[in-house]
Design a protein around this ligand. Structure first.
Ligand code: FAD
Length: 472
């Protein structure tokens, strides 16, 4: 009889934790999962405060453009209005439904679900505190052969005067009342998405970013193109613009900027980065090594410096995306308990991760940026097209679409594919398979388009717009 209660103890019921717990239990392991936010936390950030509610609000916001565009197609509509309370209620109900789906998945897989905050006591012991109706808390220790920390991340707001008046992505979904004037601070994908979503929902939005251009890390041309498109849509995008202080005043909030200007807002959303969720985890006591902002340091098998303790997903602050956390979880389970019968063990790959920014218009990308391609290839052929999509000939909207391919001249391999335009994410997902399969420009040329679509542009780019030499 083993002196462990469980073979695997998972801390955190988010994307990575749930996937690891389910897969390990299906492999026959005795598994427990602790979730600090109770049943309402099941599914983690993605389901409760991230990807899913955000995409639901994106869909809601997209109707504004659709109502507008419909007029150009002959539809006579009176100006529709948004019932913000109804949208919030319907979103909350859907998230609750999803929490239930995750609970069922875990229970059906035979995972022991523990609702409470978990903390490491030693290399093999986890204490889970449960809060009771009378306000008291109890702690129960559990012994496990392996412990997986999958506690995700949390918004990181810098210190400044008036910090207590601002909100983060955790609060934005339930703002009450709807913010007529919204200031969003940050230049990453989360800041851009919420700025664009609330603009679509009818708010007057200012996006403030300290740096030279939004979406650091994306292809430069994509960054500039998106900033211009957001501005064309009516978003006030201010670059090289930092906040000094936020003050409550009679008609809302006053945002004092570094350049001396001031803005009035009903809400100020800070989306300036995320920090690993490690508070109260007991990592120090066990001696788990941590990096910047507390990120847990792991090797290629997600093992920390304490051999029985593993970590994956956002808490390791590597690539913070749900599909990455899922891939890491499956790789870890294969490593600990063996792959499914007859299958080779999986490993998480960090190249060619397709990714999207759900702004209006959308950005999606897979592979290298032009800057990365020029560091890795001697010569890069750049194919691009900027055009007005057919949809907007009659809609009257001035929106343009950008499609861009980067090709390694020596091998003819397509090494980067970028798009800014409607349904970019849906389109690029398919092309990600082609890039993973090593598609060349000749393969793209040999592929027939589906006409008339926006996506066919990717297979009809004939002449390079530029041929660039490696950066020395
Ligand atoms: P999480 O999903 O964060 O789960 C961690 C869980 O651990 C939480 O439920 C938490 O309550 C629990 N926990 C923490 N500490 C403890 C403890 N001590 N004891 C017990 N439980 C604990 N990714 C995409 O791929 N696409 C998107 O469109 C996208 N949009 C996003 C939008 C926003 C606004 C945000 C914030 C994130 C978005 N992400 C998106 C990122 C995605 O949500 C994360 O990469 C993903 O959720 C990471 O999964 P995880 O398992 O590492 O952690």
């Amino acid at each position: 009889m083993s002196d462990f209660d469980f073979d695997l103890f998972v801390i955190g019921g988010g994307s990575g934790g749930v996937r690891a717990a389910r897969m390990a239990a299906q492999r026959g392991a005795r598994v427990a999962l602790a979730e600090a936010r109770g049943l309402a936390g099941l599914g983690g950030t993605c389901v409760t405060l991230g990807c899913i509610p955000k995409k639901l609000y994106r869909y809601a916001a997209d109707y504004a453009a659709a109502f507008d565009d419909a007029r150009g197609y002959g539809w006579q509509t009176s100006a529709p209005t948004l019932d913000w309370s109804m949208l919030k209620r319907r979103r909350a109900a859907e998230i609750e439904r999803l929490n239930g789906v995750y609970e069922t998945l875990l229970r059906n897989a035979g995972v022991t679900l523990l609702l409470g905050h978990a903390r490491l006591l030693d290399a093999h012991t986890v204490a889970v505190s449960a809060r009771h109706a009378d306000g008291s808390t109890t702690q129960q220790p559990w012994r496990a052969r392996h412990i997986l920390v999958a506690t995700g991340g949390t918004p990181h707001v810098p210190h400044f005067h008036g910090r207590e008046h601002v909100i983060t992505s955790n609060e934005v979904f339930d703002l009450d009342p709807f913010p007529r004037r919204l200031v969003v601070v940050g230049g990453g994908y989360i800041a851009c998405e919420f700025a664009s979503i609330f603009h679509g929902l009818g708010a007057e939005v200012t996006l403030l970013y300290r740096g030279e251009q939004i979406l650091r890390g994306f292809d430069d041309e994509v960054r500039h193109f998106l900033a211009a498109e957001l501005a064309r849509e009516g978003l006030d995008v201010r670059l090289r613009s930092g906040v000094v202080a936020v003050q409550r005043v009679a008609d809302g909030l006053r945002v004092q900027l570094e350049d001396g200007a001031a803005l009035r807002a009903d809400a100020v959303l800070y989306a300036t980065g995320r920090a690993p969720n490690v508070a109260g985890l007991g990592l120090d006591a066990v001696g788990v090594a941590q990096g910047p902002l507390g990120a847990i340091v792991v090797d290629e098998h997600f093992r920390t410096n304490v051999p029985s303790v593993y970590a994956l997903g956002d808490v390791t602050a590597r690539v913070q995306l749900t599909p990455v956390a899922l891939a890491e979880a499956m790789a870890l389970v294969d490593h600990l308990f063996g792959p499914p019968a007859g299958a080779p063990p999986r490993s998480a790959r960090y190249d060619l991760i397709p990714t999207a920014v759900f702004t209006y218009p959308e950005v999606a990308t897979v592979g290298w940026t032009q800057e990365q391609a020029l560091q890795r290839c001697d010569r890069v052929r750049v194919y691009r097209s900027v055009f007005r999509p057919l949809r907007h000939t009659l809609s009257g909207r001035g929106a343009r679409t950008l499609v861009k391919l980067l090709v390694d001249d020596a091998s003819d391999r397509v090494v980067g594919l970028h798009m800014v335009g409607t349904e970019a994410a849906e389109i690029v997902q398919g092309f990600a398979v082609a890039l993973r399969a090593g598609a060349t420009k000749a393969d793209f040329d040999a592929t027939l388009g589906i006409h008339p679509t926006v996506a066919e542009e990717f297979v009809t780019l004939r002449e390079p717009a530029a041929v660039l030499q490696r950066l020395s």
